[in-house]
Design a protein around this ligand. Sequence first.
Ligand SMILES: *Cc1c(COP(=O)(O)O)cnc(C)c1O
Length: 382
Amino acid sequence: MGQIPVARPTLGEEEAAAARRAILSGWVVQGPEVAAFEKEFAAHLGASHAVACSSGTAALHLALMALDLAPGDEVITVSHSFIATANAVRYVGATPVFVDVELNTGNLNAELIGPAITPRTKAILAVHQLGMPCDLGRILPLAREHGLMVVEDAACALGSEINLGAGWEPIGRPRGDLATFSFHPRKVITTGDGGMITCRDPELMARLSRLRSHAMSLSAAERHQAAKVVFEQYLEVGYNYRLSDIQGAVGREQLKRLPALIAARRRLAARYQEGLAGHPYIALPQEPPYGRSNWQSFWIILSADCPQEQTAVMQALLGRGIHTRRGVMCSHREPAYQDLPLRQPLPLSEYLQDRSIIIPLYPEMTEADQDRVIAALWDTLK
Ligand SMILES: *Cc1c(COP(=O)(O)O)cnc(C)c1O
């Protein structure tokens, strides 16, 4: 029996031709392809500005740098996320303050934000986990009331949508101050590694695009095109977080595919919801009334009375050639976070890490393969 991977990027001749075009142009570092990718990405979301960078983690780091946080400042976020979310807060010397999540969406529970706010709180880092929109309808007013900045970690959420009362709009336009995306192959579109930041403020955008290149006052293109001899300045301590033009060219092709990729993911997610409905030991993720997921991942939650542990279920599926991943990790349980005392207990974050399993879903998955996964879950869990 063939193996069914948990995820698989959709890449084809178009991406290969785009990479070739960039390579043969003679300009391979960040240049015209990245500039075009940024423009097309912003236009796709209806965002005023987009800044590309080398990864979703770099995007988070730059976004938090732009908030000018100082050591001791606090950022409210979730532990229940890929560790990059919490790490980015620590890169800028601030302290992540973790709050728990909701069971059905896996996202930050907005009710727990109030009790976590202190005089040192400066921002909320709101994750749209696995593509599921988080509760911005409650997070944004709270942030406004307390004078907090909001960064959306939309690493997984390109193509997801939210309705805050004025109709559906894409995640990451952004609704907060800044939103960040990842183009790692596990996400909905990929450039190998890669990331993007969206924002509304042109000055912020100019600063972000400098910061990704050591805060150089002139871009490589500006120096290249200058008719006079010009010297750059380094305005603050920045980084080399640039995306290459080879990646930018690939990203532009991936963006063209996006609507079809999301449609395929949604169709398969609906088939999982149908095929697993009524299972005695499995609960399924639920879209909130205000959100539509891009289904970057699909997960099942083993019920409290399920006779089998997560590892046993994953092992049984692997025995049938079906690859899975455990639920989203919790940063506070990792050795790197042992020095950070918890302010609130995180029972549902831990429950989801221990009891949820990410099952295969990718746009080119066949219905026959998906039926095998559904049958295996009915078969092995009874
Ligand atoms: C993948 C991911 C990141 C990091 O993105 P990279 O491109 O891998 O650096 C950050 N936050 C979340 C929620 C993610 O899923």
